[in-house]
Design a protein around this ligand. Structure first.
Ligand code: ADP
Ligand code: MG
Length: 322
């Protein structure tokens, strides 16, 4: 009984530590502190809800700092909202901690709130329990009714585009698992991904289908093709690589890293008539946009090498149960 009391007191102390730091928005009628939050979505909009869990040792190396764990837990969810074209609004955090450690918790919430404030999303609730280190975030955003970006909207003839660069996080993870020191530039792409929120919102009305690249571009594009009833051709040589990655890996090794996952870039399709509009958007947001293939009639994703021959990647992406 005594033990249980200590655990419970710890739980409420931890929740208060979080609640004390959270900001609000005018559309939050009631935030943290009751059995549920009360939220007021804007008229004429639809709610987009996403949820993703990060488990220690699975979704982030155990050596990841508390700040980065907090940041990444929110970032992967914001990336899903971005892929839907939604404007972030509210989120909850279900936290499972092995030990109620204030220092760790404060640093984790620092990372979470740094990104939350940057993107205008507020924490309105959650759950705090004891168990293996794990964070589940649920995030909500808005889209004007009927305008969300979906996986099922690709059309034969569309260009396929990717934001930013691919493969940095996969390279960093490989180095961490080998115990090799990794350039900060690459490690931060693994630990502190940048969700493409503004890009996603700007693609509404411009892009056809959209998905965020979390499990590898070839695999993720496969979901777009299956939902849309089309096929895709991907030009492996065109996949955008950072200078840091290009200096470390080339050819097939680079292609493999670039289709491994954890990139949190957006992959979208758009009619070729949108190329100029997308070039302008890329300039105005300061985000590289690269054309990496095209949607074709048929099915499946065909990854092509520089000579136009189909290239079989050993693994086309990440699968938790494979
Ligand atoms: P209940 O027992 O009714 O589920 P809790 O004691 O779990 O309530 O939570 C109390 C309040 O604190 C609720 O508003 C809940 O949403 C919030 N809360 C709990 N854990 C967290 C967390 N990790 N982050 C944000 N809010 C939290
Ligand atoms: Mg609870």
């Amino acid at each position: 009984m005594k033990d249980r009391k200590q655990v419970l007191r710890g739980e409420f102390d931890l929740i208060s530590r979080i609640a004390a730091r959270v900001s609000s928005r005018t559309d939050v009628v009631l935030g943290i502190g009751d059995d549920g939050a009360i939220l007021r979505p804007p008229a004429g909009h639809e709610l987009v809800i996403v949820t993703d869990t990060l488990n220690s040792g699975v979704h982030f190396p155990e050596s990841t700092t508390a700040f980065d764990v907090g940041w990444k837990a929110l970032a992967v969810n914001l990336s899903d909202l971005a892929a839907m074209g939604a404007t972030p609004a509210w989120c909850t955090l279900a936290l499972s901690l092995p030990v109620p450690n204030d220092v760790w918790l404060d640093a984790c919430i620092d990372g979470f709130l740094a990104l939350a404030e940057q993107q205008g999303i507020v924490l309105v609730g959650g759950d705090t329990t004891r168990g293996p280190l794990s964070l589940t975030v649920t995030a909500c955003g808005f889209v004007a009714a009927g305008t969300a970006l979906r996986r099922d909207a690709a059309k034969a003839g569309d260009d396929i585009w990717v934001s930013g660069t691919l493969g940095d996080a996969a390279f960093a993870l490989h180095e961490v698992l080998q115990g090799t020191p990794c350039a900060d530039e690459l490690r931060s792409r693994l630990d502190r991904p940048t969700p493409r929120c503004m890009l996603g919102q700007s693609l509404v009305g411009v892009a056809h289908a959209c998905i965020d690249v979390s499990d590898g571009v070839v695999q993720d594009l496969g979901h777009v093709c299956a939902s849309s009833g089309v096929g895709a051709e991907v030009w492996l040589d065109a996949l955008p690589a950072s200078g840091a990655l290009a200096a470390q890996a080339e050819g097939m090794e680079r292609w493999r890293l670039q289709s491994s996952g954890d990139d949190y870039e957006l992959c979208f399709t758009a009619d070729p008539s949108r190329r100029n509009a997308l070039a302008t958007l890329s300039d105005s947001l300061g985000i590289r946009l690269t054309r990496v293939g095209r949607i074709v009639a048929g099915d499946g994703v065909h990854a092509l090498d520089g000579a136009g021959n189909e290239f079989r990647l050993q693994s086309s992406g990440y699968d938790h149960f494979a």
